[in-house]
Design a protein around this ligand. Structure first.
Ligand code: UGA
Length: 434
């Protein structure tokens, strides 16, 4: 099957590589020439474990190519996956201008029957708009279908998520489109759920918002644990043993970040309100999330009182481990707040430092990026764990303690057992436990 994937960002690139690996003939396209040049040479512009190898493998096999010529790419395809960005606007709604632009490009190049599949996370009713724009702008009466096939990839495990999906949601309004999409995902036949298009669109937003809500729920409970003798880790374990609840996404901490949850929960709340539905549950979950950083800074102030001219080491800058992505990362708000208070910052992340430098450039006397955790803690009055990277799990505590001015640790992700750290002579504070 001839497939084109429009947009080679995070979702588009994984989709193109994944579909090629399933054996389809895939052409990826993007309007940014630099990206196409790099990817064509097998160079992945983001850090995503396993993607590099899979890209190279499929480029070599010859069933995956990349082109900047969007017209040709659209004309040659039978199925077009739209994977362009839908960034958040100031008012919380999604900016759909790239989807509209692509719809017009497809209309202009509609030379044979095609299925236009929206893969980007979009508000319910988007496909209706794609259909309308293509119908308005097409120059011939050539038939086409729209479909929704939301992606559920997680950054950091996107390749395995694509190759071992829990479910494939296919929202369609014609048998012809359904058959083509079922054929594309033939190897996952037992995991396909066919719905109408509105349902498929809503499944994506509803799933992300539910997971975000789960995180805010456990964070709320963790605040309660701190006021009692309860331990949030055990509360989560106890809750998770109930199969109806499940253990996943009950990790208390600094809250959710990334390009999806913060944006999607706001977008769904807004869509509901526009349609006259009360969405207060989602708005409250988002409010709880926004307050996480403040609560964390309070913990730090409880240890050091005044932050001005104190040296603070921060480990982990990405919004979660195994990615260099810093979008909506709690670290950004923490750095901004600590700088505002006049602290000196020493920052380390295994992959995300370069990205963070574009938000907070290095400044000799206020903020420096270092090459490892041991340099980060040099003369520090406190050490903050912000992201639970694996490499932080086996630190040499003696060296850490020796390098610090005060052996104080505040762990924003409950990486360690309190007694393990305390017996090494540190003051240790974490989330929702003593
Ligand atoms: C999320 C969803 O998990 C994917 O299914 C979805 O496809 C994707 O959004 C998307 O819409 O594109 P992702 O944003 O990559 O994936 O990351 P997650 O692993 O879901 O984590 C999101 C945030 O929640 C991170 O900041 C993480 O630290 C935080 N989190 C996660 C917690 O604070 N506690 C938890 O228990 C789990």
């Amino acid at each position: 099957m001839k497939i084109s994937v429009i947009g080679t960002g995070y979702v588009g690139l994984v989709t193109a590589v994944g579909l090629a690996d399933l054996g389809h003939q895939v052409v990826g396209t993007d309007k940014i020439k630099d990206k196409i040049d790099r990817i064509s040479l097998g160079d992945v512009p983001i850090y995503e474990p396993g993607l590099d190898a899979l890209l190279k493998k499929n480029l070599k096999k010859g069933n995956l190519t990349f082109s900047q010529n969007m017209d040709d790419t659209i004309q040659a395809a039978e199925v077009i996956f739209v994977c362009v960005g839908t960034p958040q606007k100031e008012d919380g709604s999604a900016d759909m201008s790239q989807i509209e632009e692509v719809s017009r490009m497809i209309a202009k190049n509609l030379n044979s029957y095609k299925v236009v599949v929206e893969k980007s996370t979009v508000p319910v009713k988007t496909s209706m708009w794609i259909k309308r724009i293509i119908s308005l702008y097409r120059k011939t009466d050539v038939d086409f279908d729209v479909a929704s096939n939301p992606e559920f990839l997680r950054e950091g495990s996107a390749v395995s998520d694509f190759l071992n999906p829990d479910r494939i949601i296919i929202g369609v309004e014609s048998d012809r489109a359904r058959d083509l999409l079922v054929e594309i995902y033939g190897s996952f036949k037992d995991r396909i759920l066919i719905t109408n298009i509105d349902t498929a669109e809503l499944i994506k937003h509803a799933s992300n918002s539910f997971l975000a809500m789960k995180i805010s729920y456990i964070n709320m409970i963790s605040d309660l644990c701190e006021k009692t003798e309860a331990d949030v880790e055990l509360v989560a374990e106890g809750m998770g043993l109930d199969k109806r609840i499940g253990r996943q996404f009950l990790r208390a901490g600094l809250g959710y970040g990334g390009s999806c949850f913060p944006k999607d929960i706001k977008a769904l709340a807004r869509i509901g309100e526009e349609l006259g539905v009360t969405m207060s549950l989602l708005k409250e979950a988002d409010k709880i999330n926004a307050a996480r950083v403040e609560t964390f800074i309070k913990k730090l102030k409880k240890c050091l009182w005044i932050l001005k001219d104190k040296t603070i080491a921060m480990l982990g800058l990405s919004f979660k481990p195994e990615t260099d992505d810093i979008r909506e990362a709690p670290s950004i708000k923490i750095i901004a707040k600590l700088l505002e208070e006049g602290a000196f910052l020493r920052l380390y992340d295994p992959k995300a430092s370069e990205n963070m430098k574009s938000v907070f450039p290095e400044s000799e006397n206020r903020l420096i990026y270092v090459d490892n955790p041991y340099q980060a803690v040099g003369n520090a009055n406190a050490l903050l764990f912000i992201t639970e990277w694996d490499e932080f799990k086996n630190l040499d505590w003696e060296t850490i303690k020796k390098n610090m001015a005060n052996p104080i640790i505040i762990d924003g992700r409950n990486i360690f057992l309190p007694e393990d750290v305390r017996k090494r002579g540190f003051e240790y504070y974490s989330i929702g436990r003593r």
